[in-house]
Design a protein around this ligand. Sequence first.
Ligand code: ADP
Ligand code: ZN
Ligand code: ZN
Length: 748
Amino acid sequence: MIKYVEVMVDVSVEQVDRPFTYKVPERLESQIKVGRKVLVPFGRQRVEGYIIREFEADEDDFEFAVKPINKVLTDYAFFDEELLKLAKWMSEYYQSYLISSLKAIVPSGQTKIKTKQVVKLAQSVEESKKLLDKISDRAYKQKEVFSFLIDNPKINLTNTELAEKLETTSGIIRTLINKGYLQYVEKEVKRNPHSHHNFRTTTPLDPTPEQKVAIEEISSALEQKESSTILLKGVTGSGKTEVYLQVIAKTLESGKDTIVLVPEISLTPQTIARFKGRFGDQVAVLHSQLSAGERFDEWRRIKFGDVKIVVGARSAVFAPFNNLGLIIIDEEHETSYKQEDHPKYHAREVAVKRAELVGAVTLLGTATPSLEAYHRTEIGEYKLIELKKRIDDRPLPTVELIDMRKELKTGNKTMFSQPLQEGMIDRLKKGEQTMIFLNRRGFSTFVQCRECGHVMKCNDCDVSLTYHATPNILQCHYCDHKEGVPNICPNCESIYIKYFGVGTQKVEEGLKELFPEAKVARMDVDTTRRKGEYERILSAFKQGKIDILVGTQMIAKGHDFSNVTLVGVITADTALNLPDFRAGERTFQLLTQVAGRTGRGEKAGEVIIQSYTPEHYSIQFSKNHDYNGFYNFEIETRKFASYPPFTHIISIVISDEREDKVIEVSNLLSDIIREKLNKIDDEGIMLLGPVQAPLSRVRGQYRWQLLLKGKELEKIRKVNQESLLRLNELSTLKTIKVSVDVDPLGML
Ligand code: ADP
Ligand code: ZN
Ligand code: ZN
């Protein structure tokens, strides 16, 4: 019998989306393990790959000559059987190559271990002591260096560091090395990106009665053998983080590991400090600002059991723990949990699956659950735990809705309503702070009447029409309906109909004009591109060096500013009018999060929301902090229009720089799918499109889109998969890109 391995090679094309078999030469046998990286011959080249299976067979079991692997590249595995299972599940669920899923799991970029040459005794301490006497007293510097190392044999210093410490020259140290008294040894260096931070230690707070119940219920789930998912729905400021910290402590007590996912944007030093402050060096942090080397080192600290807790963004869900007890996903509803590249996974789904594989608990926390998550508590898939009160019974802020249509009528043509202006003046006088929030998504793409608030929508799809400057039309990006841009409002015949969108820069300028003496700052993707800039603005704001902070989504996230007593929302409507069935949900979540930024200190908070459609249910329910009201309304709409969570959607985007080819392939694919649907005759499956995608051209690539919708994911996945195979057989245009997104979050 000879040893063989199956390897997934690092080449992502259709034809190689399967394991290849290689022979293991005897000299490499002891190094073979699932998850290790190997170098293998592939065609005329050599490529890297990962071992996914080892087995024994006879040479004549194969009908072809099996090539041997060239080299085993690592002495550790990048994944174990459990993570391999997870990768396979991901590939199947999200319809992507297994190698793509594996690469999502392993640390990316350079994965070299960093070493340094440190100076050590060449003999044992005893031997060295004898040698010490042989050095003449005149060479007192040599003696000093040598005896320092005899006293500190474990110290890891390079020649330069040692010379510096003992105020001598590296020549002296080299002499001792040449004499054979000392030697150089390669030592691994672990880059610790947070070593320079000092985190203030915290101890568990006395839980409130609500927190106590939550902690007990989660703890009892942790004691079960079976996996489970819990949704912790707590209003902003209700102390969810303290609940996390105390259940992590329980997990630690039982000897198990915890993964904490937070949205990338919330992975700030403040957030990290909350976990490091409680658990110190047992915490590793994974985020995209780390260099590849730093990431790799953190990954190794997790892998080799140096830490028990990981805090990180989306991809930390793959942290290589082998005794996982708990996965926490903070702000579960955040869209950044969905990966935009293949595999286009959602961290919540992956977490639940991973927990299922090992019998762990998934804890989802948020003030505004996604419709999917809350729906699952209703059908009994997830358990629901609620925190209804803010800490210290602080009231939720009062929300005032301003009807911008009326502002226009009273002659105010600026973007700041009268009440918002007065509110800011009042705060400036009192030395309190204001946050002005602007939703940048949906920039300039929809058409709305400023007098009655009417938004141009598609009659069939109930999503807003998207404005295209050339050739000056309105288009539905679900069904391709097109119409001209009206000159007067079809609802009230006003001529104040306009294309929407103001930028943060314009708001900042407007504020500086209104309040020349106030300190105004802006925070958005443009002003925070430079590393550290985000932090700088926030800390200036915290220290009171900024009176009014203007920002996008970025300022809506879990910051705790006790002096912010006013939050203004410039136009609540922008997100509402995206051509996306989730627009109402996004708007509700955003407004609720933004409102949660105020009134977190002793002083009460106030929120002013400006809108052209204040009667919209998303805005009304968020005014009253009424999640359940919102949910009950929204879920009916989803049911009625057959949208998730009642159906699954697969989005297929065809793209290329030649538009005619994109259209040709899109039509061909749609014909294939329709033919298939006719055959299986399942009324539950629908095909929408092909239509030009809302983002119709990205980096010179024309994009067209098809949407498959159906009750059972299995079924539409099968239709999709078979159709794409068929397309591949029929189409001569193999270079056209076809990108599949299962359960897409954004419809753009
Ligand atoms: P959430 O994440 O639900 O918005 P936080 O976890 O940020 O809320 O908690 C809000 C504030 O209340 C924080 O400053 C936190 O330190 C404090 N806090 C949480 N739990 C308690 C408690 N049991 N006793 C006193 N203060 C608490
Ligand atoms: Zn109108
Ligand atoms: Zn439509």
